[in-house]
Design a binder for this molecule. Sequence first.
Ligand code: ADP
Length: 199
Amino acid sequence: MTRLLLIGPPGAGKGTQAVRLAETYGVPAISTGDIFRSNVKNETELGKKAKAYMDAGDNVPDSLTNALIRDRLAEQDAEHGFLLDGYPRTADQVRELDEFLAGHGQALDVVVELVADPDVVVERLRKRAVEQGRSDDDESVVRHRLEVYSEQTAPLIDLYDGRGVLVKVDAIGAIDDVTARITTALAERGIALPDTATR
Ligand code: ADP
């Protein structure tokens, strides 16, 4: 049973690592960004409400995001663990998550901070803008997303550190190397790879 959270600036590689880690540890990767993007694509009511915020690089309002994550975490596949990517990113979202977990007799095991230099993430996002054409990877929007991150999300790192659940991992380098750093850091926290745990 593993409950993990990935935190870090846009472009740190949370999404990439989340998919790999979820597979390794056998838990669902839950990305609020992906859920919002698929709602925008399918033109759902939620997507229509979220789109303008996303395009501007602003956080979608907590009320919408919290309702979404409550529903998602209540699904059966998340009962025995999950990996959250991109949530919580505000103090209000932390309160919501705390309340949800406490209400289910659960708690987070580890919060992994992906540490990346702003210059590096800006460059990565510039490349992604060309390759994937994400509407929020436009240069001025990227700059704004980084500001929103430092104002609203970065303070949460200290909060989790104070709770003793934070590990910092260098997110610069090859994708495989970063994954290996994370699994090593998790092993040091007593979260073994499922394979090695059963051997
Ligand atoms: P990144 O972290 O690289 O900016 P995400 O895919 O996590 O990308 O998020 C893209 C956008 O989706 C955000 O800029 C925001 O508008 C919205 N979003 C995602 N997660 C949240 C959240 N937890 N709270 C509010 N808005 C969110």
